[in-house]
Write a new protein. Structure first.
Length: 237
């Protein structure tokens, strides 16, 4: 049984021994998500972003298989789908977003989720890379050149998926802000070893990403747009 947790909140300016303003919060639900505060009204009004897509993805998980959440953000996919897979590996390179992901995993007690504070890429990207952070909610961060307003930058570690020697992968969700092709180039052996698991991925411009589609198809995948979800595609065999 996993350790369960509650949240003790103190004001930053208070003495650590001053308990007069302590606030105690106990997560009331089985699954707890730590979500960006600046988007609170959106979450309150509409629930989880991509909730319908997350629900649709349950069919691709297997109780004896591994789900990979590549570009996990704070864990909406990882936490929701964890009970439908044997194990989840959630990859999130941005430091504070990664901490929120880990917090949600701890509060939920999801001991079948492994959080990894690395980005995935190709062999030529392995090592230290600069992550360009373009929003306060952790979304849209990229190691690619970007025309977006860069708020700040972080140095992150990139590894290939193949270097992790994972197998028995049943499903992959990938949202890595224009680095999808590089991630897949560094994952070829893993995909083959796992009999080409289904992949959902984001692509904002099919014309500019012809190489991405061509590479996926070269692995014997077929690709179809996901109905009703803008810029999201399913690769399957």
């Amino acid at each position: 049984m996993s350790t369960s947790y509650f949240i003790l909140s103190k004001q930053k300016s208070d003495d650590a021994t001053d308990n007069s303003k302590n606030v105690v919060l106990q997560p009331p639900q089985e699954v707890s998500y730590l979500l960006p505060r600046n988007l609170m009204s959106c979450y309150v009004d509409n629930g989880l972003f991509e909730a319908r897509l997350i629900e649709w993805c349950k069919q691709f998980c297997k109780e004896d298989g591994i789900f990979l959440d590549i570009g996990a953000h704070t864990g909406s996919y990882a936490l929701t789908l964890a009970s439908y897979a044997e194990h989840v590996y959630a990859f999130e390179p941005q430091k504070m977003t990664y901490y929120a992901l880990c917090g949600g995993v701890a509060l939920t007690g999801a001991d079948n989720i492994t959080c990894m504070n690395v980005g995935l890429g190709s062999i030529d990207q392995v090592g230290k890379q600069t992550l360009h952070i373009v929003s306060n909610d952790g979304g849209g961060s990229t190691i690619q050149d970007t025309t977006s307003n860069i708020l700040r930058q972080e140095e992150i570690e990139i590894v290939t998926l193949d270097s992790l020697q994972l197998s028995n992968i049943c499903f992959i969700k990938m949202d890595v802000e224009e680095n999808e092709l590089s991630v897949l180039k560094g994952a070829r052996s893993t995909l083959v070893r796992s009999a080409l698991p289904k992949i959902i991925f984001e692509c904002n411009d099919e014309v500019d990403n012809e190489d991405l589609f061509a590479f996926i198809e070269s692995l014997s995948y077929k690709i179809t747009p996901i109905e009703g979800i803008q810029n999201m595609f399913l690769a399957y065999v």
